[in-house]
Design a protein around this ligand. Structure first.
Ligand code: GCB
Length: 600
């Protein structure tokens, strides 16, 4: 018996303790409204294609891998790595565009940053990563903090107990090897930019902090705010107050033994819209901590085939975009990058952007909030995911949770999308239904969509009857009539039908053109071909009775390993309305003209 007890304890220590340590605290909402210290800048790196900093020659995990940041103590010591004399990379930033040697690299790179930090009493400290693509193992002072999977969502680890006044070293093993069971999986049409692609920062909080909150209009209401506040720490029962001074709001609630309080009160507000993107200063104030945010309030619903913003029908004049830096190239990460992309979006006459095919950095959603651009945000459940694999589902659910956790208070975000162009099967349907109900449980207010499948009933009829449509609020379809599907004139005779009484957003259409490559309208890759394709597309789309939005593919040319054609593509997908150098192609103006007409 005694022996069993000892064994149980051992199992507890071995199994439970590391996992408790790895789980730590969930995502801290709104790092903007808190005290943070940036760890951006140069980080020392070791490129480790064989992961010999992690595994020994028998492929067993090492106890003293590179995360120990070891130094020889005597002149006879054998240590085969040294961060401090290694090369460095800029963080945030993908590694591919910082070194020619790393351009096609897929594998592991170790990052190290040293810092000092004098922690004050009664504070907690967290290290926060905007994103790391794809798999990150994080260590502080040689101790493992945890692992994070998924290349486009934020995560944080508490380091209160491990941090020292001086000489801290933070080591992150970032691995972007593609995997069949991962999300996304092996095949995508975008560059697998690896690294610490978004900001890294330390967040200092009081011992009991306002961990997370949702302050939004209740579903279907334009004058009732409802949501919740969650505290984390040892003083969980507190009075928390929501203040919105400009709207004369000052409402207090008491958190329960778990630190949780639901909030619900009436509010007389100027509503957020693309025409008037009104944001209010909001303070969420507990007894021990307070957080400031800027929040817009608007309602979003569907009625039959209409999309209603603040109760009024709206047409989503959209455009798709990847998170790729205009002009500079590589992963976008900054406010300036966001402002360039959203500036072009506005210039096009758009009021809506589809952030393809994964959650973009927070500057995009924050700036869209300020500029009045509606957002479709999606997770990289793209093409041929392993639908039957429970671990893949768990991974997708987690990426969905983290996307919603970060952006649930952004008025701009009106649609969460769970998938792109996924092939029909029972396993796929149950996987996606699971994601849909998960999203609804986390956020009951926003619309759910996905880019679904569609098919030809006969030569001139496109039918939307993908069973997924039953569970979505907004139908999304990608179609490439005139590019992968016949020539542009094919669009003239096409009719669209839908099984569902729901609004449709044509979430992709388009074709490639190399900027300044000219010819007649039937010559592929020319601006004239693309322009003609857009003309025929728009003529067709205008006739679709249930169409409530368009998001052509795509704002700018973007890098893709699937596009090698020399002299034309050179590893760029050329479907941009704007080139990778910022030059507008003829089709840009076709779209712009239509979006201007729609505004009259
Ligand atoms: C699609 C995909 C998108 C591709 C695009 C293309 O349907 O959703 O990721 O980049 O087509 O250019 O083929």
């Amino acid at each position: 018996m005694q022996l069993i007890r000892v064994h149980l304890w051992l199992i507890f220590l071995l199994v439970l303790v590391p996992s408790v340590r790895a789980q730590q605290i969930g995502l801290i909402a709104n790092t903007d409204g808190r005290k943070t210290i940036s760890l951006d800048g140069k980080w020392q790196v070791i490129v480790d294609p064989y992961e010999s900093g992690f595994y020994n020659y028998r492929y067993q995990p090492l106890d003293n891998g590179y995360f120990k940041n070891a130094k020889p103590k005597t002149k006879s010591d054998l240590i085969e790595y040294d961060f401090d004399s290694s090369a460095s990379l800029q963080v945030p930033g993908d590694w591919n565009t910082q070194s020619d040697q790393l351009f096609f690299y897929e594998g592991t790179i170790w990052y190290k940053k040293s810092f000092d930090y004098a922690r004050r009493p009664n504070t907690r400290l967290f290290v926060y990563f905007g994103a790391a693509n794809y798999l990150a193992d994080v260590y502080l002072n040689g101790e493992k903090l945890g692992q994070h999977e998924g290349g486009f969502t934020p995560f944080n680890f508490e380091i209160t107990k491990l941090v020292r006044d001086t000489g801290n070293f933070l080591v992150v093993k970032v691995d972007n090897k593609r995997r069949r069971d991962a999300v996304p999986t092996l095949m995508t049409d975008w560059w697998n930019y690896g690294g610490l692609t978004r900001e890294v920062k330390l967040i200092e909080t009081p011992t009991t902090l306002v961990h997370d909150y949702m302050v939004q209009l209740a579903k279907g209401s334009r004058n009732r705010i409802s949501g919740w506040v969650k505290l984390s720490g040892d003083k969980l029962q507190q009075r928390v107050t929501i203040r919105i001074p400009e709207a004369g709001i000052n409402k207090s609630f008491t958190t329960d033994a778990n630190g949780f309080a639901e909030i619900d009160f009436n509010a007389d507000l100027k509503l957020w819209s693309p025409e008037n993107p009104k944001l209010y200063d909001v303070t969420i104030e507990g007894e021990t901590d307070q957080v400031r945010d800027q929040i817009g309030f608007r309602s979003i619903e569907t009625r039959g085939t209409e999309i209603l913003l603040n109760g009024r029908p709206i047409f989503l004049r959209g455009i798709c975009t990847h998170e790729e830096a205009p002009l500079r190239g590589g992963r976008a990460y900054s406010r300036e990058d966001a402002l360039t992309l959203l500036g072009w979006t506005k210039e096009l006459g758009a009021n809506f952007v589809r952030l393809a095919h994964y959650p973009h950095n927070e500057f995009m959603t924050r700036e869209a909030d300020r500029l009045g651009i509606l957002i479709w945000s999606e997770i990289p459940v793209y093409w041929t995911i392993q639908w039957e694999n429970p671990a893949t589902l768990e991974n997708a659910r987690n990426q969905l949770s983290e996307m919603i956790a970060r952006d649930k208070n952004r008025a701009a975000v009106v649609i969460w999308s769970v998938a792109n162009e996924t092939p029909l099967s029972d396993a796929r349907l149950s996987f996606l239904k699971n994601l849909i109900s998960h999203a609804r449980s986390l956020d009951p207010t926003r619309l759910l969509s996905a880019a679904m499948e569609r098919h030809y009933l006969d030569a001139t009829t496109q039918m939307i009857d993908d069973p997924l449509g039953e569970y979505l609020d907004v139908l999304g379809c990608n179609e490439y009539v005139g590019w992968y599907d016949g020539l542009p004139e094919k669009a003239d005779g096409l009719e669209w039908k839908s099984k569902y009484q729901k609004p449709l957003v044509m979430s992709e259409f388009g074709g490639d053109a190399l900027f300044n490559h000219h010819g007649d309208a039937s010559t592929r890759w020319t601006e004239e071909y693309q322009e003609n394709l857009y003309r025929h597309q728009l003529a067709m789309l205008k006739k679709v009775p249930f169409l409530r939005g368009t998001a052509p593919w795509i704002l700018t040319d973007f890098r893709s390993p699937r596009r090698p054609l020399p002299g034309i593509q050179d590893y760029w997908n050329r479907k941009g309305l704007i080139s990778n150098r910022g030059e507008k192609k003829k089709a840009f103006y076709v779209m712009q003209q239509w979006y201007r007409e729609l505004q009259k």
